[in-house]
Design a protein around this ligand. Structure first.
Ligand code: FAD
Length: 482
């Protein structure tokens, strides 16, 4: 029997559920990746994510060749190309891993129907999470909408089924990998795909399986401190693995297994448990998206859709200032500069900037969500939507609407010396820590001595937080009434 494995957000040649099952059930296995025009055509011509994927595909193709196989790479509409390719290769079945995003589910349904018309099944597998869909349910058999009980049930299930993190081996069956048609040996260049290079290489973002391994190894050396260090954007606290988790160059089973083993040996400190908890948040939001796909366009809690957001030219100007890091609040502006220049933003700052847009500027969270979706290298629909709905208080287990981050206090607490701010806003580099968090509160002469003129080389604040806070509480009153 002949199988075709369709790679999507699982760009690795080890511990891969679909590849494992295809190898186990077939004599000959072809591998393919489609640069999907339905996705690529919507993106700007310079996009770090496309360049990242391009590098990953180069590495994956080389790895598969090393193992005696090949990666067939096409630039086409995936929902048409996969059934066509399966027919061309005379494959008996197609194998792929589950995706939980509504558009991907619709695409996979269309592919399954087209394949079925040719007598070929599409077999799909859980791969990018430890627990999916209905794996973790409450005692009454319903899906969770609050994180802590979900996490407890998740951990309980892991304890009961430690095999959930066992790898799906590839090497023992690698002799079944097919070299592929001769026409498939060349890979399209980034330019052939219609894209330009970005600053990905200049940022030294490690790509591919090798990059994922390198980042994880580096993180394991400091995981014990993660619980505290992760909150300070000037510090190398988090793992920076989100991009690799997004495209599957790391295996979630390997990450969870490694941390669980280190924790069991007492070698992961408090940080190990906190980090595992973040990986569970990732699965929590994927499960929410799967069970409640309306969150893509609307509030998880419908009452929040009654809120009136600021609209019109003034709101557009506020939104543009936020996007471009011109709010006059240094921590917010430095965070937006980090996003715009690197495609990454520290988790604490994602919370601060999202809350600022929604609760200081009164802008609909969906506009911020869309901006992040366009600019984040690690953009993931479930996590991004979950994060924005958390900040707008409209999501499952979100922060209460009356709890509004104070951007100045956040800055004083999490970037006390202004190190992060200075990294992205060099015009504020000479300011003392006490002046950097809210420069408008410092006498003009003091600022000017340090080379800062508000309204000239750094903006005046767009709003006063205390006034904005009052407006937000009024805006959210409709929710209380509902
Ligand atoms: P680490 O701190 O090392 O965490 C490890 C992994 O856990 C992350 O790589 C990620 O996969 C997962 N994780 C951590 N925090 C969360 C969380 N709150 N929700 C879901 N998963 C989490 N994460 C994305 O991967 N893609 C997004 O598009 C995204 N958008 C966000 C938008 C907002 C408004 C907010 C508040 C958070 C968002 N996050 C998103 C979650 C989080 O900020 C990032 O996962 C994290 O900053 C990535 O850095 P890291 O890999 O170094 O994380």
């Amino acid at each position: 029997r002949t199988a075709l494995v369709w790679f999507r957000r699982d760009l690795r040649s080890f511990d891969h559920a679909a590849l494992h099952h295809a190898l186990l059930r077939s004599e000959t296995v072809f591998c393919a990746f489609i640069y999907d025009k339905e996705i690529l055509d919507t993106l700007p011509r310079a996009d770090r994510r496309v360049e990242f994927i391009h590098a990953c595909i180069g590495e994956l193709a080389a790895e598969l060749q090393q193992m005696g196989g090949n990666l067939i790479v096409r630039h086409a509409v995936a929902r048409d190309e996969i059934p066509r390719l399966a027919a061309e290769l005379n494959a008996d079945a197609v194998f792929a891993n589950h995706d939980y995003e509504p558009q991907a589910i619709a695409r996979d349904d269309a592919v399954a129907r087209a394949l079925a018309a040719g007598g070929r099944p599409l077999f799909t597998f859980k791969d990018q999470v430890i627990f999916e869909k209905n794996d973790v349910l409450s005692q009454s058999g319903t899906s969770f909408s609050v994180f802590t009980p979900y996490k407890n049930a998740w951990l309980k299930r892991l304890q009961a089924e430690p095999d959930s993190t066992a790898p799906w081996p590839i090497d023992p069956y690698a002799h079944k990998l097919a070299a592929g048609p001769a026409s498939s040996s060349s890979l399209p260049s980034l330019q052939q795909l219609g894209f330009e290079s970005t600053n990905l290489a200049a940022l030294a973002i490690p790509t591919g399986m090798r990059g994922g391994t390198q980042l994880f190894d580096d993180f394991l050396g400091r995981i014990a401190d993660y619980g505290v260090a992760r909150d300070y954007p000037a510090v190398k606290g988090p793992s920076y693995l989100s991009l690799h988790l997004r495209f599957g160059t790391v295996s979630i089973r390997h990450l969870v297994r490694t941390v669980a083993q280190l924790s069991a040996r007492g070698q992961a400190g408090e940080g190990g448990a906190v980090w595992l908890s973040e990986l569970i948040w990732r699965e929590f939001y994927m499960m929410i998206l799967y069970h409640h796909p309306h969150v893509v366009h609307a509030s998880f809690k419908p009452a929040y859709d009654a809120i009136h957001w600021e609209t019109g030219p003034d709101a557009d100007a506020l939104f543009a200032a936020w996007c471009e890091g011109r709010t006059g609040y240094p921590l917010v502006d430095a965070a937006m500069a980090q996003l715009n220049r690197t495609g990454y933003m520290h988790n604490r700052l994602r919370m601060v900037t999202a809350c600022f847009l929604i609760k200081d500027l009164g802008i609909d969270w969906r506009r911020g969500e869309a901006y992040f979706a366009q600019h984040l290298n690690d953009f993931d629909l479930a996590a991004n939507n979950g994060g924005w709905q958390w900040a707008s208080s409209s999501g499952c287990d979100a922060q209460p609407y009356f709890r509004i981050f104070n951007p100045v206090t956040q800055s004083e607490k999490f970037d006390p010396e202004g190190k992060f701010i200075k990294r992205y806003l060099p015009q504020l580099a000479a300011l003392d820590p006490r002046d950097i968090h809210a420069p408008w509160q410092t006498p003009r002469m003091v600022l000017e001595e340090k080379g800062v003129t508000l309204g000239h080389n750094y903006p005046q604040p767009l709003v006063m937080h205390d006034e904005a806070r009052k407006r937000t509480l009024e805006r959210y009153a409709v929710v209380k009434k509902a």
